[in-house]
Design a protein around this ligand. Structure first.
Ligand SMILES: [Zn+2]
Length: 319
């Protein structure tokens, strides 16, 4: 693997998308995995914005924990930042790219492949890619036969192998994907810069029609083929961070309803006249119109806390 290159692979298998980055690290090769659906929006979280200059890129700065992002783990970029180039000028293109991602996500813009060609010019992108399909290995069958009766040199040990496109494959790219529907497939991008890595993932998502939407629980963006209300990141809600947003939402809601019932019993015993108002306050927050995001749940937690219920409803009018 040439020093200046790294490989980004996006694999689609069994309905799941996975990503890896292969990079040189000293004399070894480092492998980092990432989630292609969340990796670009999560890049926005590696920086903070301070409006101090009329140049967009000069307003971005790395957050302290940016190294947690898979694009920065292991690679040469980390070295460059750590070795005393924290100044934005060193990352002009990167900051611009983050700004671009943010802009596209928040404005709900749709990026086409031809627009990506313009980005290629601006960001001086040089990535190339190859497409492979996982196909049955004809040598494997043969190997099984031969191994019964004798030996075979360099025998393939797996039934399937990744194959690049051949002359017989369709020339039309959408037709090719239609023909190979259901067959595991991977794109391997040869990248030469941090921007190459960013836009290679974006290229894949654009190619297959992924769209970004905001998770209504954690408020972060996620790419999907079909609209989904919640993402598969871990919930940021205290006590539920081991569950993904889409699962955590139901669990937290159940817990809130339990709290509601126990406070209702308390009020029925001591301030029965307040029960109606308490329930109204609770139900307004759990209605369909209010997103079940972290803030809503913290509000619900607050209005169902023992102390709040005691203080709020212990009033003359409810005596
Ligand atoms: Zn989420």
């Amino acid at each position: 693997m040439p020093k200046s290159e790294c490989y980004v692979t996006v694999t689609y298998e069994a309905g799941k998308l996975t990503g890896t980055i292969k990079r040189n690290q000293g004399d070894a090769v480092a492998l980092t995995t990432f989630d292609p659906l969340t990796v670009l929006p999560d890049l926005i979280d590696t920086v903070y914005y301070e409006n101090i200059s009329s140049y967009v890129q000069d307003n971005y700065f790395f957050k302290e924990d940016y190294l947690k992002h898979p694009f920065f783990s292991d690679g040469e970029y980390t070295d460059r930042i750590n070795k005393g180039f924290p100044h934005p000028s060193h990352f002009v293109h990167f900051y611009n790219a983050v700004h671009q991602i943010n802009d596209v996500l928040t404005s709900n813009k749709k990026i086409t492949l031809s627009q990506l060609e313009v980005f290629k010019q601006f960001y001086n992108l040089k990535f190339t890619y190859k497409i492979e399909f996982l196909r049955e290995n004809p040598m494997y069958q043969q190997h099984e036969l031969v191994s019964k009766y004798g030996f075979i040199k360099n025998a393939p040990d797996s039934e399937f192998q990744w194959e690049t496109l051949s002359y017989n494959d369709q020339f039309d790219i959408s037709g090719m994907f239609k023909d190979n529907k259901g067959i595991p497939m991977r794109f391997t991008y040869t990248c030469h810069s941090l921007e190459d890595i960013i836009f290679s993932v974006w290229h894949y998502l654009i190619m297959f029609g992924y769209k970004y939407s905001k998770c209504q629980h954690c408020d972060k963006y996620v790419a999907n083929l079909e609209f989904r209300k919640y993402c598969h990141r871990n919930s940021p809600y205290k006590g539920y961070t081991h569950l993904s947003c889409n699962i955590a939402v139901d669990h937290i809601e159940k817990n809130m309803k339990k709290r509601k019932n126990s406070r209702r019993s308390y009020l029925s015993n001591y301030y029965p006249l307040a029960v109606y108002d308490f329930l109204n306050e609770f139900d307004a927050l759990i209605s369909k119109e209010v997103p079940k995001n972290v803030n809503t749940f913290y509000k619900l937690e607050h209005i169902t806390s023992k102390q709040y219920v005691k203080e709020k409803w212990h009033k003359k009018e409810y005596e």
